[in-house]
Each structure stands twice: as structure tokens, then as C-alpha cells.
Ligand binder design. Sequence first.
Ligand code: TXE
Length: 479
Amino acid sequence: MNIQNYINGEFVNPVSNNWLDNYNPSNGEVYSQIPNSSSEDVANAYKSAAEAFPKWSNSTLEERSRILIKISELLESNLERFAMAESKDNGKPLSLAREIDIPRAASNFRFFGNAITQFASESHESVGLNAVNFTLRQPIGVVGCISPWNLPLYLFTWKIAPAIAAGNCVVAKPSEVTPMTAYLLGEICTEAGLPKGVLNIVHGLGTTTGQAIVEHPNIKAISFTGGTETGAHIARVAAPMFKKLSLELGGKNPNIIFADCDYENMLATTVRSSFANQGQICLCGSRIFVEEAIFEKFKKDFVQKVKQLKVGHPSDKNTNIGALVSKSHLEKVENYVKIAEDEGGKILCGGLEVTIEGFENGYYMQPTIIEIETNQCRINQEEVFGPVVTIMSFKTDEEALQLANDVKYGLSATLWTNNLNRTMQFSKQLQTGIVWVNTWMLRDLRTPFGGAKESGVGREGGFEALRFFTEPKNVCIKY
Ligand code: TXE
């Protein structure tokens, strides 16, 4: 089948009629073709968005809210279809797509459909000067949204929903590795009555289609989630045009475990925070630091639990770990296991590819735990983004904090302790955008989301996202 671009409310082929293969990671077969869109397609998408902007930006908040909530309802009523498409395209367990990815995509639209009706701006009375200032928040115009392959529809809609809620029109590109649910979203938007041109979806490679979005002189803001190197490149291209940027990039997140934690809860959650979605979540805790007093016990229990995880076909209901997203990504992750071994890391379990009967060409790998002696090794300093975690012990709070912060990334951290004083000390001193205490990936969509250091700039989520997608203007009225 052919996936098409969605421009001005219509499904269209790429102008050049060039196509790319789309692979099913569970069996390694090509199962669809996607447009290899050029700057011409991006220009068409921009034109359609620019034409839709005057009317959409003047639509009432009730109107926008109604349409966003309708999109959310349609995603919910098409849950099974979308979950199956996501699982097939990405390799993730169907159960995960059904329980997390698609419901969250629906929540994104519902949340921002409601949030926009509550969004307000500030006013300041200039006392003694007989003047009043207020902040007019206006949509930016046409904005670009570029998303990755790990949580395809979840992250695509996390950007699109606030952008259109705030009155912008959008040119969006999903990852070329996982285009399917973005394609299906076009149909839903039309059915929900989203006016033509408000959302335009172009498919293609990052270096051509994505680059064309970033280079387009009139696309004034870019919201991007992806790798740190790509983010740095986008920042360089966008800077001379003074574009507004929100960059959500890689992570190398510490999971710090103290002996005084609720052990069973910590153990079960740590299995999830290590290997959910095959470890391909920017928030996964890939560096596990354990207080010396419980290190040996934790090591034994963790290895035992992880060995029970079933690697299998994504649609098998017993599968805990599906396929990695692509062959090249599997090779990257395997290469990191070799690097870790060369650096003296000890593989406690996993490390090998898995062959699933009937799906021998799929991209499967065992969940892998590596014991290391120092944080200063490549496996602990570089983002692997697969089912691989390291463990290492520490003695004191100071040492744990130093290890946690000793990395160029700063997306999230997880802390396991029942000590309130320690909780506050770590919360203040961890150099990350998110700190989870005694939990992981508990998301409240009102909270600011994003990273410090090389994990990005800007925050998404809640009113932060609505602020990003609007331009504040100071209006000063003298009376
Ligand atoms: O990401 P890319 P890749 C990390 C992870 C992974 C590495 C590389 O470590 O192994 O990044 O993954 C588009 N202009 N993360 O190569 O290339 C691209 O088409 C404009 C962490 O798959 O960053 C896709 O839509 N766009 C991450 C999107 O950027 C460009 C999730 C992300 O792809 C572009 C994914 C360009 N020049 C990977 N080049 C997270 N933070 O969750 C690429 N793209």
C-alpha cells in the first residue's frame, strides 16, 4: 500500500512521485511505501497552512475545543485499528500501543482542547501612571512539528494538539521509520471537521523533507523531538532565521536506588523503566545506581525478573519485549553491548539477538543488564536507546548525586527513597528537567516537560506548550 501526504485536507502523492520503503520490524519485510517528499511538497503544505491561518486563528476557542475533543473521541473509537497499525509499524507490543500510545494520543487532543479554554495572559496596572498593560498572546502563524519513531502518534500529537489549539496552522512530519498512524490521523481530522489546511502532514526523510521544513523561511517555529545531534543541527539551521525552537532531545537518565525504599515497588518499576518499549523511551532509566547495602540483593532479584521477560512477536499477548524499530537501530544497540564489554563491563543477562520462529528476519534482542565499575565509560555516557541498562553501586548521597549529574544529558531522573530530606536535596540538585520520586513515567499533562543540558531547550506540556505556540505582545494603554 502507499501512504500519502495530507495537504489541504486531501491525500496526495509526492510531486516527484518518489517513494521510500517502510519496513515491518517484526519480520523485516517491506509492507508499504511512503512519499519521499521534497521541498516542493513542503512548499505546498506551507501554502495550504498559510491560506487556512486567517480563519483558523480567528475561530472561537469553543470551536477549536469542540474539534480537538472530537478528534480525541474518534481516536478512542478507532483504538484497535490505530493500536494495530502502531504496533506493526514500530514493533512495539500491541498491548503497549493499546494501553499507552493511542490512549495518550487521544488524551493529548482532549487535554489541549480543554486547556485552550482556560489559557489566560497577564495584565499589569501601571499604578500612578494611569496606564494598563496587558499581554496579548497571538498564534505564531505556520509552525513545523517534527517527531521521532519511538512513540510515534503519542509524540506527533503532543506537538500538533497544542499548536492548533493555540490557533496556528501546522506542517508536520512524522518519522520516516514510523509513518503509519500519522497517515491515519489525517482521515480522523477530516472526519472531525478540522478545516482544510489547518494540519498538513508530509512524509519523508529527515535530511530532505525535515530539512525543508526547518529551512522554510516562513515557518516561524519548530517543535522537534529526536536525537541530540539532529537537534543541534536544526538549531544551527534555524538560528539565522530567528525561529522559535522547542527541542526535546536524548537522555541518559539515572535511576538512583536507596536501601530505605519500598523495595518491591522499586523492583517492579525498575523493570519497566529499563525495558518498556524495548528501552526506546527518552525517559527510560538506563543508568541504575544502587546503594551498596542492597546492591547484591538487587542484582540477583533484578536479573531474575528480567530473565522472565518474554521477547516475542508484537501481537502475541504474552510478549513483554517486541522488536526494535529498525535493523540499523538493532545494530547500533548491539554495537554498544560490544563496546561495554571491551570497556570491562560484565554482562549479567541478555546481550544477544533473539530469533522468533516464523519471524526470523525481525529485529529482536534480549533485555540486557551490564554491571560496570565506572560511570566514565561510553555505555554510561552515550545514549543507547534500546533494551540495555547498566548497574553500579554507590556508598553515599554525595557520590550518588555526583554520578547522576556526571553526564552531558539532563532529561529525567528517578529516585527511590523514603527519606524526605534526601528527596528534597536531590530534587534541588539533580540537573534534569524531570525528577520522579518513588515512581516512573507518571505523567500529568499540565506539568512542564523537557530537559536540561544536552537534552534540549524549552518546555512542552500544559500552558508551557500554549506559551511556546503563541507570541506574547505587550499592549500598553494610557488612560
Ligand atoms: O533520530 P532523528 P534517529 C535518539 C536515539 C537514537 C538517535 C538517532 O539515541 O538512536 O536519536 O535516532 C527528523 N532536519 N533519539 O536518527 O534523526 C527525522 O526524520 C529536520 C531520541 O531516528 O533525530 C525524524 O522525523 N528533521 C529521541 C526526527 O527528526 C530531521 C527519539 C527524529 O529523527 C533532520 C528518537 C533534519 N536535518 C531518537 N534529520 C527522543 N528524544 O525521544 C532528521 N530529522
